[in-house]
Design a protein around this ligand. Structure first.
Ligand SMILES: Cc1cc2nc3c(=O)[nH]c(=O)nc-3n(C[C@H](O)[C@H](O)[C@H](O)COP(=O)(O)OP(=O)(O)OC[C@H]3O[C@@H](n4cnc5c(N)ncnc54)[C@H](O)[C@@H]3O)c2cc1C
Length: 494
């Protein structure tokens, strides 16, 4: 019997997870990737002079999910990628200059908290205990598809319901543990990983800071992009093909069902289409509206979206003695996130993140040199900001902030090469709808059954993997989406 064929649109982490599992399970898998390298937003950026950056993700969490994805192909991820834990987790720098370095070293953590936030240790213990149970109840709900309203009537969701905390926002939820506002910030800024404000984000996501504190943050040597390269290798080892520099022009629909894709004007027929391209982009650009049963342009227009990111990548002729992950909060963090999410404008007083990866991983730059990755959350493209004009101005403000707030006083004379990515670039060069890099917002009306389904209800024969489908945007959930969709395809053919 001839093999069933799956075409995968996009070689991002979601598409590659599904592709390697399906190839292992005997499918003929063809991955079409519009760019010349794999990884998507999780790819590598290599600048002249030997500087390698991760384009996007730098925090790897819930390692067991990635391990499970590789196990589904009969392999161990540790045979492909050297993954290390980063401790302290990160350095948090508040607007008043105070610093907090959360760590897995319990004695050091307690000593810091007693000094910076006296009397709050007991709240931290309560946080760890409650959030552990929440995570244990929630994870099983995130590992299964929600293709029908009846999927809500499952015992695992009933068990999780008391811990969903979806009726309150993340910041007020943290108030049940801590009195100090800066401490609440240390456990809620993670809403930004979903592109949201802690004052809008459902308290369900307090799990994220728990995951960091209990399970740790990891860095693969060579960067997080190495995981995508490893997945691509597995796809090829299993007989699949990755076609680079091949943009899919449309999903081919016949009699109301996806039957393949059009590439270079040719139809590539398939039994199933798995779409990993950004969800909003794909719905607008790859499927004619008359074929869509759900999630057409009108619905997308009204959908809640994540924020965007301005990125600056600096190849530097020295190594700075600062931790691997550094998060600088605006003086008025709440006003800053409000500007991003609701005001749709750039803040004068902005927050930013600096990754000094060479501290842990010298492979990323020549000896004695380093890479600095700077991420600034900014509004998505619904703002109408003219990035051709604002990009260069923001670049200068970011370098000023690195000199003044981060204390890298001689930085300007050591920058050897640089690159930037604006929200406009995410949309134009990387097909990210509205530049909303963390995809559809994770509000309660866009989660679980309300998020576009893995077996996509809008177009039969199409499956989704990536940040725009269930369980959500963020690498562990993206790997999970690839696993769920691969299993759905296998089940459909059983
Ligand atoms: C700056 C930044 C920082 C982030 N940091 C973290 C982090 O620290 N930790 C974390 O867990 N998550 C993080 N994320 C979020 C998320 O994990 C990544 O964005 C992730 O790469 C998204 O994966 P994906 O599979 O959904 O899509 P993508 O990575 O975007 O992959 C989609 C692929 O589809 C391709 N494509 C698009 N259109 C077509 C077409 N027509 N034909 C063929 N191919 C096409 C694209 O080129 C791309 O390769 C970050 C994101 C960004 C942008």
């Amino acid at each position: 019997m001839s093999k069933k064929r799956v075409v995968v649109i996009g070689a991002g982490p979601g598409g590659l997870t599904a592709a390697m599992i399906l190839a292992h399970r005997g499918y003929q898998v063809d991955v079409y990737e519009k760019r010349d390298e794999v990884g998507g937003r999780n790819g590598a950026l290599v600048l002249d002079g030997g500087f390698t950056f991760d384009i996007g993700p730098t925090f790897l969490m819930m390692l067991w999910i990635l391990e499970e994805a590789f196990e589904k192909t009969g392999r161990k991820v540790s045979d492909y990628v050297d993954i290390r834990q980063v401790d302290p987790l990160y350095r948090l720098i508040y607007g008043d200059g105070k610093e907090f370095l959360p760590t897995h070293d319990e004695a050091a953590m307690k000593a810091q908290m007693d000094e910076l936030f006296p009397g709050e240790w007991e709240g931290y213990q309560r946080f760890l205990a409650y959030e552990k149970t929440k995570l244990e109840r929630m994870v099983p709900c995130l590992q299964v598809p929600y293709g029908s309203i009846f999927d809500y009537a499952r015992w695992r969701l009933f068990k999780a319901l008391p811990y969903l905390d979806a009726h309150k926002d993340l910041y007020s939820h943290l108030g049940s543990y801590f009195g100090s506002d800066p401490l609440k910030l240390a456990f809620t800024f993670q809403a930004k990983y979903l592109g949201m404000s802690p004052w809008d984000c459902p308290a369900t996501f307090s799990m994220i800071s728990y995951i960091e504190h209990a399970g740790g943050i990891h860095h693969p040597i060579g960067g997080l992009n190495r995981v995508c390269h490893a997945m691509a290798k597995v796809v090829e080892e299993e007989g699949g093909t990755i076609h680079l520099g091949k943009a899919v022009e449309e999903i081919v629909v016949e009699q109301g069902r996806a039957r393949g894709v059009r590439v270079d004007g040719q139809v590539e027929r398939a039994d199933h289409v798995l779409c990993n391209a950004d969800f909003g982009y794909a719905m607008n650009e790859l499927v004619a509206p008359e074929h869509l049963r759900a999630w057409g342009p009108a619905k997308l227009d009204k959908a809640g979206l994540s924020c965007s990111i301005y990125m600056l990548y600096l190849g530097v002729g020295k190594v700075y003695d600062i931790p691997h992950h550094n998060i600088f909060f605006a003086q008025d963090y709440q006003a800053n996130v409000h500007d991003i999410a609701h005001g749709l404008k750039l803040s004068d007083d902005f927050s930013f993140y600096v990754q000094n990866a060479c501290k842990t991983d010298p492979t990323l730059a020549p000896e004695g040199k380093s890479t600095l990755y700077i991420l600034v959350p900014v509004p998505n493209n619904r703002s109408g900001i003219d990035w051709a004009e604002q990009g260069p101005a923001l670049r200068d403000r970011v370098v000023d902030a690195l000199v003044q707030r981060a204390g890298l006083s001689d930085l300007r004379e050591h920058i050897e090469i640089e690159a930037a990515t604006t929200p406009g670039d995410w949309e134009q060069d990387r097909n990210v709808y509205q530049g909303a890099v963390f995809n559809l917002a994770h509000t309660i009306d866009q989660m679980l059954w309300m998020r576009p389904h893995n077996a996509f209800e809008g177009l039969p024969g199409t499956y989704l993997a990536g940040g725009g489908t269930h369980p959500g945007s963020g690498l562990p959930t993206i790997y999970q989406s690839g696993m769920i969709s691969a299993e759905l395809i296998i089940k459909a053919d059983a």
